[in-house]
Design a protein around this ligand. Structure first.
Ligand SMILES: [Zn+2]
Length: 262
């Protein structure tokens, strides 16, 4: 049988595949139109943990316009709702006007395919992270036919809750080979949701989530052990295990540089 290390020897992203034990991971967040106070809560939680974060933005927010060094801002277009005039063609471009420094994209609801990959490449983005492979080991990176670096992620807060799983670290694919890209949502973390039904019941009265005033949501923060408590424990666990957190833009660039210098 071929040794996996040999098979991946020429893969410029192999350093991030945790082939010699769990060494690197990435934390991302899909903003999903969360109000600023919820985004701020997540940013300060991650900053307190001393970790870098990649945030995929859905709308204009002053919190993300001039990000600090530890924060990367990518784009989170909603391709599930094509524009009546432009279709999907301006989804990435409109967000890029708000965040001109962005180099990465993850589509809302993972709605991404060949046409959108081409649009991302034409918009000079470097990578996409839309593919979700729940709990899978062996997640890898490749460069597609448009020159876009493609990566997948394998854990998400709302999915663990939606599957009726308890808040146990055992459900997070920390061990084993492959990329470890974990994703959370500001509103889910802010409300410390015990499950996704809780989030839905709290936010259902607002069509636009940004209209939900802090006075209304603050009193709805779940007081038991929920998603926020779990995220704090997860990040502490990853740090204690000595794992290094990497931003997605840095990961995409590291492999690209390695590929070019070969
Ligand atoms: Zn989303």
């Amino acid at each position: 049988m071929t040794n996996f290390q040999d098979t991946l020897r020429d893969d410029p992203w192999a350093d991030f595949y945790n082939l010699d034990g769990a060494k690197t991971f990435s934390l991302t967040t899909d903003i999903d139109w969360a109000p600023d106070y919820a985004v701020e809560d997540l940013l300060s939680l991650v900053e307190t943990a001393g970790l870098p974060l990649t945030a995929f933005a859905t709308h204009k927010s002053s919190l993300l316009s001039r990000p600090p060094d530890w924060l990367e801002v990518g784009l989170h277009p909603d391709n599930t709702r094509p524009d009546p005039v432009y279709g999907l063609s301006r989804k990435i471009l409109d967000l890029k006007e708000m965040y001109p420094q962005a180099v990465g994209v993850r589509a809302h609801r993972n709605f991404f395919g060949q046409n959108t990959a081409q649009l991302a490449s034409q918009a000079n983005l470097a990578y996409d992270a839309s593919v979700f492979l729940w709990q899978r080991p062996w997640c890898q990176i490749h460069k597609d036919q448009y020159g876009l670096v493609r990566m997948c992620y394998n854990w998400e807060d709302g999915v663990q809750a939606d599957m009726g799983l308890d808040w146990s670290l055992n459900h997070v694919p920390i061990q084993g080979p492959g990329l470890k890209i974990f994703n959370v949502h500001p509103i889910f973390i802010y409300l410390n949701c015990p499950n996704d039904d809780y989030r839905r019941s709290v936010v259902s009265e607002w069509k636009n989530l940004q209209d939900a005033p802090v006075s209304a949501l603050k009193s709805k923060i779940f007081q038991g052990y929920g998603a926020r408590s779990f995220l704090i424990d997860l990040l502490a666990h990853l740090k204690k295990a000595g794992m290094q957190a990497v931003r997605l833009d840095a990961m995409a660039a590291a492999g690209n540089i390695k590929k070019e210098t070969k």
